[in-house]
Design a protein around this ligand. Structure first.
Ligand SMILES: [Zn+2]
Length: 272
């Protein structure tokens, strides 16, 4: 399998306040210098009636729900030593989603910020919010393929990837839109992580500027003496972080040993 080394700052694009940890929590536990940008984290108007979902989570108002989710997300990402960035776009339960082009314009300067070495975006499975955020990210990448200094990868949306046929349908749609997706392994970062007491071995990572950026190429290479991270430690760190999303755990139906505990998967993306 083609390997990608995360050589520095990573931006993970999260549709909702929990998706990055659900889909990339182990990655976050083994990488420093990550920032999670949650797109649909806007505060709804206090005038809005309580939605069914927020009611099922035990909230009495949508503003209480969002304030609680902000706090839960900050705690969860602190567990993983990741930074958080909450955008003010509204979740589809509070307002119509923005047009993909409009959202892309909003995201473009954030996604193309030269501080990122890697940008991880959702595949956009099943949920209209995930699909909208994913499509907006890919609209930016399509415009800026040659300009973006970062390596872009796509992560599978947990737990929606387990739904009948959704992965296959999305992969087919990406192909029709001109994108090739290839599974990649994200190697553990050289630096030790304090998030899960994860012990990481020495990785002889090539300098990024030496890397071939042709389609299909990774960000870097590692030497043969890489010691793999203790995946159980990373999983424990992820579970601890996920527990911070207490208001959503029940409604999401995250049973112990569910998809959130299964290996996370990432794909490289290149134009065909
Ligand atoms: Zn979500």
């Amino acid at each position: 399998m083609q390997s990608v080394v995360c050589a520095g700052h990573t931006l993970i694009v999260s549709p909702h306040l929990d998706d990055a940890v659900l889909s990339c929590g182990r990655f976050l536990a083994t990488h420093e210098q990550a920032t999670v940008m949650t797109v649909l984290a806007g505060m709804p108007s206090g005038e809005l009636p309580l939605t069914d979902y927020d009611s099922s989570c035990g909230f009495e108002s949508c503003t209480q729900a969002m304030r609680t989710r902000w706090q839960e997300d900050e705690r969860a990402l602190a567990c993983l030593a990741a930074k958080h960035l909450h955008l003010d776009v509204l979740d589809s339960q509070y307002a119509a989603l923005p047009a993909v082009r409009a959202l892309a314009a909003r995201l473009e300067p954030l996604l193309l910020d030269p501080q990122w070495d890697m940008v991880a975006v959702p595949m956009g499975l099943f949920h209209c919010d995930h699909e909208c955020v994913s499509d907006a990210c890919m609209t930016v990448l399509a415009r800026a393929w040659l300009q973006s200094p970062a390596q872009w990868v796509v992560f599978e949306d947990v737990p929606y990837r387990r739904r009948w046929g959704v992965m296959q349908a999305r992969l087919a749609a990406w192909f029709d839109q001109g994108w090739i997706l290839t599974p990649v392994a994200l190697e553990p970062q050289r630096a030790s992580s304090n998030a899960g007491q994860v012990v990481v071995g020495q990785a002889d990572v090539d300098e990024k500027q030496d890397v071939n950026r042709e389609p299909g190429a990774g960000v870097g290479r590692v030497s043969d003496d890489v010691e793999w991270v203790d995946d159980r430690s990373a999983l424990r760190a992820k579970q601890k972080a996920l527990a911070c999303y207490a208001s959503q755990l029940h409604t999401l139906g995250l049973a112990h040993g569910g998809d959130q505990d299964a290996p996370e998967r990432f794909w490289s993306v290149t134009p065909r």
